[in-house]
Structures are given as C-alpha cells and as structure tokens.
Write a protein that binds this ligand. Structure first.
Ligand SMILES: [Zn+2]
Length: 359
C-alpha cells in the first residue's frame, strides 16, 4: 500500500493531493446533507468540517500556485563551455538546446533536475549541474562518464519522479502557508500529519534513490563502457578523500579563531591540484574510501563498493592515470576564471558571517 502511494506521488506529483481534496469535499457534501436531519450532530462537528474544508481549499490552491523551482545561476552557455555542451548533446537522445541548461556550483558533485512551467504540466526544462571541483580535478573522460550517469537519470525518468515528489511535498506544505500552525486549528492539526508524511516519504525516497543510482550507473555503462564508469566512480571516491585531507581539514583548522577569511576551497584546490590528482595517492584514497564507508539507509546514494559490484567489479579496479584537467578542455579560459571568481566571492561572503559569529 505504501509503495503504491509512493508510486502515485512519483507519477502524479502535486496532483496526487487531488484524491485527498476529493475525499474532503465528499465528506463536506455528506455533512451538508445531514445538516437538516441531524442538526445538532452537524453543528457539533462543524468546527472539524470547517478545518477540513479549509485544508482542502489550501491543498487545491497549492496545486496551481506552486512557484517553478529553477536554479539557473552560474549557467554555462554554449560560448562558455562548448565542449561540455557537445558531450551532453552526444549522450542525450532527447537533447534540445532550448530546454537544456548546464550550470556549475562549488561542490565535488553533479546532479540533474527538471522544472515544468504552467501548473507543472508543460514546458519541461532540464538543468544539469557539474561542480567546478569535478571539472578542475577530473579529466574529460571522467566528466563524460559523470554526464552519462546524469543523462541516464533523465532518460530513465528518475528526475521526473524527484520533481514530482518535491511538488507534492510543497503542495502539502502550502496548507501551512494558508493555515498558520501558530494561529489556526487547521494548521495545528495539519502540522503533525505533514511531519509524519514527510518522514515516511523521505525514507521511502532514499530507498528508491539508491536503486535509481545503480540503474543510472548501469545505463551509463551501456553507453560508455563499464570500465569508464568504474573509473569515474573510483576517481570520485578517491578525490572525496583527497579533498577532505588536503582542502577541507586544513580549511576547518584555519577557520578556527580566524579574524580574516582564509583562502577559499577553490583556491586551495587549484593550488594543490597536482597533489590531489597524484595517481598513487588517489588509488590509496579510493581504498580508504571503501574501508571507511558504511551502508547508511538514510543516504540517497549506495556505497562505493555496491556501485562497483553493480558494474561487475568485486574490488577497486586499476585505473588509467588522470589526464589533462577537464576544465582546460571543456570551458573557455575566461569562463573558468570568471566562474571561479564568482564562486569564491559567494564563499567569502558566507565565510565572513562565520568568522564574525566565531568572534
Ligand atoms: Zn546519480
């Protein structure tokens, strides 16, 4: 039953609230019909009915009034990243320039998302984020594998499910926007219900997401080969550990008691790029990643060992050395400089408040 409810939400998104709205209206109509014959009982239950109708109206309005979520900041237009566009175009069978936006951020990660305008029905737009650290540390081959994995999520319709789930949750949360839990009975009643719904949906979604990750790896491996996909996963596991050791741990100690904002994570990555990418150290770091990891049921990603096993590897494969950093091939130099400067400025602004709070 729970699986069925989740499947409905993933398919219908915000419109999955309609059966709840219909049920509430059905009860209201029944209540109106009973009003004449059982006036006293109807009047006693009137406050409850009123809450129910308010919540139903809020849910119904929420369907139409959801804002479109679209983070298109730090977008990479085709003049800035011509070769990144080329790779996406080659791998994506449904590629159409007008509804695709690649962008970047400061994370060692990549993701893909979908937005739809017009009450969430038409105007699908796909945004792929490829973190600048990935572009700085990985080579073109590894970035290509990452893009293939993200395109596979889109092709297998995982992102529609994710977008639908978020839409549904936001449509439900809209009830609290119209009925403030601090001031209204409806809000007070809706809040705990909503919270338990959220906890349940989150855990179901983590399970589903881990399954989707393995499916996207397998699909991408069909396009680019299992060895390429396994290489990218190994590099990702190794780089995560290397960045923790060489960038984030020193940054954290520099931040303690700092009165001035220290060098940014991107500046540190850039300064230590050769050490981070050193082949032997990366291979050792990938082994560390595998011994450290545990299978966390709340995580949206399966552990590294499971992802490798899914591709047919029982141990970490020996991988080719990392080649020229992808950023030098996929982005034009001015764009790379400008984006680094912008992300550095954003980080400094945020770090400034930590330093002030720390003081
Ligand atoms: Zn993924």
């Amino acid at each position: 039953m729970k699986r069925f409810a989740l499947a409905c939400i993933l398919q219908l998104g915000r419109y999955a609230v309609l059966p709840i709205v219909a049920l509430a209206w059905g009860l209201f109509v029944l209540w109106l019909m009973l009003l004449d014959d059982y006036t006293r009982a109807a009047l006693v239950t009137a406050p409850l009915m009123f809450c129910l109708v308010t919540a139903a109206v809020a849910l119904a309005l929420g369907i139409l009034l959801l804002p479109t979520r679209a983070d298109r900041s730090n977008a990479l237009d085709e003049t800035m990243a011509p070769h990144l566009w080329r790779i996406w175009r080659e791998l994506d069978p449904a590629f159409a320039k007008r509804n695709r936006t690649p962008r970047t951020d400061a994370a060692l990660n990549a993701s893909i998302g979908e937005t739809r305008a017009y009450a969430g029905i038409f105007g699908q737009h796909v945004t792929m984020t490829v973190g600048l650290p990935l572009l700085m540390i990985f080579d073109e081959r590894a970035v290509r594998a990452v893009i293939a994995h993200e395109v596979a999520h889109a092709e297998l319709q995982h992102i529609s499910g994710g977008a639908n789930l978020l839409d549904f949750l936001r449509a439900c949360e809209n009830v609290l926007h119209y009925a403030n839990p601090d001031r209204t009975v409806t809000g007070r009643l809706a809040e705990p219900l909503l919270r338990s719904l959220l906890i349940w949906l989150n855990s179901e979604y983590s399970t589903l997401s881990r399954r989707d990750e393995l499916a996207a790896d397998s699909r991408a491996a069909q396009w680019i080969g299992q060895a390429e996909m396994a290489r990218a996963l190994t590099l990702l596991a190794g780089c995560t550990v290397r960045l923790r050791e060489l960038v984030f741990a020193p940054l954290e100690s520099d931040m303690l008691g700092a009165i001035r904002v220290p060098a940014t994570p991107l500046q540190r990555m850039s300064a230590q790029r050769a050490e981070i990418r050193a082949d032997d150290a990366l291979a050792a770091a990938a082994a560390t990643a595998m011994t450290e990891e545990k299978d966390d049921p709340d995580s949206t990603h399966p552990p590294f060992s499971k992802r490798l096993a899914n591709l047919g590897y029982t141990a970490i494969p020996a991988i080719d050395p990392v080649e020229t950093p992808a950023i030098e091939r996929l982005l034009v130099p001015e764009a790379a400089r400008e984006l680094s400067a912008r992300l550095d400025a954003e980080w400094r602004k945020m770090a400034q408040t930590w330093v002030q709070v720390g003081m």
